[in-house]
Every structure is written in C-alpha cells, then in structure tokens.
Design a protein around this ligand. Structure first.
Ligand code: NAP
Length: 397
C-alpha cells in the first residue's frame, strides 16, 4: 500500500535539551505576560501539581514540551507544585528555571520544605492559591491519602481535578466517588496508566451498552513476575527483578497482596455505577503475606511460596495455559486472583508487562472490545494525566 509521507513533529518531551526554547524560557512557563494571556486566541490555564516524583517529573516535562509548541491553543501555567513536605507557589507562574530546580531537588531525594526554607508553604496554603484564580487544574500525582478536602475545595471553585492517585478514589464512599466524577474530577491514569480504559468504559456507557463482564489484567508488575517464573526464574528472583526495573510499587507487598489490583477494580466497578468497595471483592493474593510485612518477612514468604508456585506454573504450561492475575466484574461477583488462562485467549496473549482489559456488552461480546498495551511506566502515566488535563472542563471551554 502506498504511504503518504508525513513528517511528525518531535513531541519527545522527556529530553530537556531536545526541545527548542521558543520564548527564551526552557519550560515556556515563566509567567502570564509572556504568552499574552489570551493574545492570538490562546488561553492559559493555571495548574497546581501535588507530587513531584517519577510521574510528576515526567508531567512537568510533558507540559513544557506542549507549551513550547507553536500555537498550542492552550498553554498551562504552573502556579504551585508540592511534595509531602511543602508547596512552592507563585500566582504569576513558576519560572522554567524554578521548576527545573524543584525537579532536581526531588531527584536528589531532598525535601522542598528544607531546601526552600522560608519560601515553601504548608499545603493548607492551597486554599489561598485557588482564590482569585479561575478555571485551573489541580493535579494529584502523589500516593497520599486524605487529599479529598483539597479536591472538594478546587471543584467548588470551578477548577478541574485530575488524578493518577488511586487511593482517594477507593477510600471515599461510592456516592462521593460519583459526586467527584460528576463535578469534573477525572482519573484515566489510575487504571491502565496511559491506556484509554476509563474513557472507553465511559464511551460504552454513553452508547447505552449493557455490560456483561469486564475481565482484565491490571498489573504490569505481576504479569512481569509471572512471565519470569514461567521462564524458569524463582519467585523471589522474579520479584527482585520487577522491583529493580521499577515495575512494582515502592513496597512490592502492595502488588503481591493484590491490593493495587483491587483498588483499580473498585475504580472500574464504581465507574460502571456499581456500589462497590474494597471489602466487597473476593481477593486471592498472589502471595499470602501479612499486611505491613518487613523486608525480611517478605523474602521468607517468597521463598516459602516459591516451590508451589513453580509447580502451579508448570502444570498450567503443560495444559497450554498461563498463570495470570485477573480481575473480573460480572453480574454475580467481583473477583481478583490467580487464574489459568488459555495462552491463545486475549488475557493469555499479552506481553509480559502489558495490561489487557476486555469489555463484554450486548453489542461487544464475541469478540469483546479489548484495550491492550503498556500499563505502567512514568512516561505513559504522565501521558494519561496530561490527556485528562487537556480534556477537562477548565481547558475545554
Ligand atoms: N509509576 C507508574 O507507572 C504509575 C502508573 C499509574 C499510576 N501511578 C500512580 O501515580 C502516583 C505517583 O506515582 P510515582 O511513581 O510518581 O510515585 P513517587 O515517585 O513515589 O512520587 C510521589 C510524589 O508524591 C509526593 N507526595 C506524597 N504525599 C504527598 C502529599 N501529602 N502532598 C503532596 N505531595 C505528596 C511525594 O513527595 P515526597 O518525595 O516528599 O515523599 C513524591 O513527590 C501514585 O499514586 C501511583 O500509584 C503510577
């Protein structure tokens, strides 16, 4: 087939040096006046970002890349960025140099409150920051709980809220979850990282589809561990490798206990409209461990579970199957656990770290509608967050 030659612009945002500075400001974020604040039909949306870790750092770079484009239509002005110790804020916009410095401080493991002593504010200052700034976006790329009051305040002021953080969405009651969603909170990156899982579900709901089942592989880290065991590596070694590659949560027990997948399952279920909480899920951990297990206990647990695990993987392989950690939501129950899956079926085919989400509805049953691709990694996750930022109420007028 003949192909048209199309030259794609370079949107690779991860490289600071790679993007030309068109405004004399590496991040293109140095203040309202510089962009004309509405000149040439462009608008500028204030952003406050909670969290400056792996995903947060990637998001700053992505927004920089966007602002540096010719005629982006909407630009984004960072007015605040926080870690767990404090908030660095400037209503007129943090300069590119300031943002770069903040990321450097965080990359070296320091606390903002310490490095910016006298300038860093308490997170409570967020309330004042929101006053007088209209139609902004509050982004949560932390792993913290109890940030819900900040979301409520932002939404009440007409701001949008965008999350990669799953914890608050499963900590609140279902009614609160739906109130947040209706009020303009979006959370695509909480399930499947950058994959369009929530937007596909919302799309099917708008169609009026009748859901029969969602079956999904929602953990890139657990899929990687299972694939390594399948390849002959011990369970303990597979977990070490997954951690080294940055696929697991900082505490791998969160993955191995199934807590992370259970949270994503609750978010999917609630998005469907189910009155679902973590306690309603029938959960089989990948490895039986105590909550709050120490590093030593974790290693012991992996050594004990290893031989049985290997037997189960080998027996599955002999039958042409693979072990997969699967979340299922159907009319009868919601389950999360280890299953033997036919290697020719969609759930058995995905690459080692891939996420796979099957939606079965009245019109999409045989075959189901499938969303599949990398379901972890800071770059794709930041992409999912930025997509929400661009589509949220504050930006899409
Ligand atoms: N990485 C992925 O592939 C991926 C995929 C999908 C979703 N997510 C979710 O995205 C979120 C961020 O992940 P990450 O990998 O970037 O984590 P991370 O590297 O550990 O970064 C977390 C950041 O949040 C900050 N923080 C913690 N509590 C805070 C609070 N109360 N107020 C303000 N900031 C606070 C931390 O500050 P300190 O440095 O001071 O602790 C840190 O800067 C998590 O919820 C994660 O589950 C990640």
């Amino acid at each position: 087939m003949a192909q048209n030659e199309v030259e794609f612009p370079d949107y690779k945002d991860g490289n600071d040096e790679g993007v030309e500075d068109r405004k004399g400001d590496r991040f293109g974020l140095s203040g309202q006046g510089e962009f004309g604040n509405g000149e040439n039909g462009e608008s500028e949306v204030p952003v406050v970002q909670l969290g400056a870790g792996t995903v947060g750092g990637e998001l700053v770079k992505k927004i920089k890349g966007w602002n540096n484009r010719e005629n982006p239509g909407t630009r984004y002005r960072y007015v605040g960025i926080a870690d767990s110790s404090g908030l660095i804020a400037d209503k007129d916009g943090l300069s590119g140099e300031e943002l770069a410095r903040i990321l450097k401080v965080k990359a070296s493991g320091d606390e903002l409150a310490e490095v910016y002593a006298g300038k860093a504010k308490n997170i409570g200052f967020l309330e004042h920051l929101l006053e007088g700034l209209d139609r902004g976006v509050l982004v949560d790329v932390t792993d913290a709980d109890k940030l819900e009051d900040h979301y409520r305040r932002a939404l009440d002021r007409g701001w949008s809220v965008v999350l990669a953080n799953k914890i608050p969405l499963t900590g609140v009651e279902p009614e609160e979850f739906w109130r947040f969603k209706n009020a303009g909170l979006s959370y695509e990156a909480t399930v499947g990282a950058g994959l369009p899982v929530i937007s596909t579900l919302d799309h099917l709901k708008r169609h009026g589809e009748e859901f029969r089942e969602i079956a999904a592989i929602l953990s890139g880290s657990l899929s990687f561990i299972l694939a390594r065991v399948e390849a002959g590596v011990s369970l303990k070694q597979a977990v070490i490798e997954a951690k080294e590659k940055g696929f697991t949560e900082p505490n791998p027990a969160e993955d191995l206990l199934g807590n992370d997948v259970a949270r994503k399952t609750v978010i999917l279920g609630r998005s469907l409209g189910l009155d679902l909480s973590l306690d309603d899920i029938t959960l089989e951990p990948l490895v039986e461990l105590e909550e709050d297990v120490s590093q030593e206990e974790l290693e012991e647990g992996l050594e004990t579970a290893g031989p049985n695990f290997r037997k189960r993987a080998e027996s599955a392989g002999a039958d042409g199957n693979r072990l997969r950690y699967v979340a299922r939501i159907d009319e009868r129950e919601v389950t999360v656990g280890l299953e033997e899956v036919d290697r020719e079926e969609p759930l058995g085919r995905g690459d080692s770290t891939a996420n796979v989400v099957l939606f079965r509805t009245n019109n999409y049953d045989h075959p189901p509608l499938i969303v599949q691709g990398p379901g972890a990694g800071s770059e794709v996750t930041a992409g999912g967050v930025f997509s929400d930022i661009k589509c949220c109420r504050s930006t899409c007028k």
